[in-house]
Ligand binder design. Sequence first.
Ligand SMILES: Nc1ncnc2c1ncn2[C@@H]1O[C@H](COP(=O)(O)OP(=O)(O)O)[C@@H](O)[C@H]1O
Ligand SMILES: N[C@@H](CCC(=O)OP(=O)(O)O)C(=O)O
Length: 377
Amino acid sequence: MTAIKSVVADAKRIVIKVGTALLTDNGRGLDEKAIANLAEELSAVQKLGREVVLVSSGSIAEGVRRLGWERRPTEVGQLQAAAAVGQMGLAQAYETEFAKRGVKTAQILLTGADLADRTRYLNARSALLTLLSLGVVPVINENDTVVTDEIKVGDNDTLGSVVTNLIEADALVILTDQKGLFTADPRKNPDAVFVDRARAGDPALEKMAGGAASSFSKGGMITKVIAAKRAAQSGASTVIVYGREPRVLQRLAAGETIGTELVCYQPRILARKSWIADHLNIEGAVLLDAGAARAIVKGNTSLLPVGVKEVRGDFKRGDVIAVLSPEGDELARGLAGYSSSDTVRIAGHHTEEIEGILGFIEQPELIHKDNLVITRD
Ligand SMILES: Nc1ncnc2c1ncn2[C@@H]1O[C@H](COP(=O)(O)OP(=O)(O)O)[C@@H](O)[C@H]1O
Ligand SMILES: N[C@@H](CCC(=O)OP(=O)(O)O)C(=O)O
């Protein structure tokens, strides 16, 4: 029997969410060792050639500590103030610890409104993908200082899953203060049994999961289980795992199964492709010659620059473009591997010529087959 491999083993792009429960000492400010450990883990996984994005909670707990308050306030203005003060501490701590390891970080604060508005959604996506291509680790939190009930994502498990969809990540890792999901809250029920693997989106999981452990954490397990369901919509599987497990991310990346794996059983490529087709705007198009058009429609092949006759519109690497037949009819959509200006220069040329023309090569194909969705019936 072959051993089961972690869903993180083959993940190229990973979103890691870390909760207040792990980052702070029972809500009393940031645990510097925990932050150093996280920076170590993410840097090590990045050095393996994976792209990593961190979604980190903790601003309110740290703000409350810095302001010298006894407990988490309930008044909105005070919560906003605490988040603003604490976010400085989070940024400072991550920047310091990642910099020690030679890794650059970027802070991104999002609200539900940013993600509900199409232009802002695509802007956030484009900024994140650019940061990843530069080797920077984005550190994301909800912008608690400006959110109101109407525009908030509400908790960072949900935010982690929205970010997973946004950048079509392959896996979501939720680091928390429990080994993973149990059949009931283990703090309340000593007979609760650990769940090692289940299908993301299985409704039975939602019945097992309860609320948060402290007033500083927001979601509890229920938001984690629902986050896994959302992540699966764009093809990602989720792991919920104890964040103080030694070398936790490196072990997951090496294929070891630790924590609860909530698996997306829909083929990742199909889920990801339908997400791309349904959620992203078309920024431009390429018109193919007859041979390339035939090859694309027959399926399961990448689009090479040699088959492109004409480039339309203004697009960046990573944007969605339409792939048109010689007559101008849409055959497919896909994520461009080169910007429109670079595509104009390499159109009609063989892959071996790309480097000579551009002075660099991003990838051999204009659209990789995993990023290409046939839209013609
Ligand atoms: N079925 C369950 N399995 C495990 N933990 C659960 C379950 N139901 C509720 N919980 C609670 O969820 C807590 C983790 O969620 P939370 O406190 O929001 O952490 P975080 O800050 O990491 O998001 C656990 O400490 C546990 O008490
Ligand atoms: N944005 C908030 C955290 C929200 C949240 O979901 O907390 P948690 O359940 O600990 O991940 C903060 O930074 O304090």
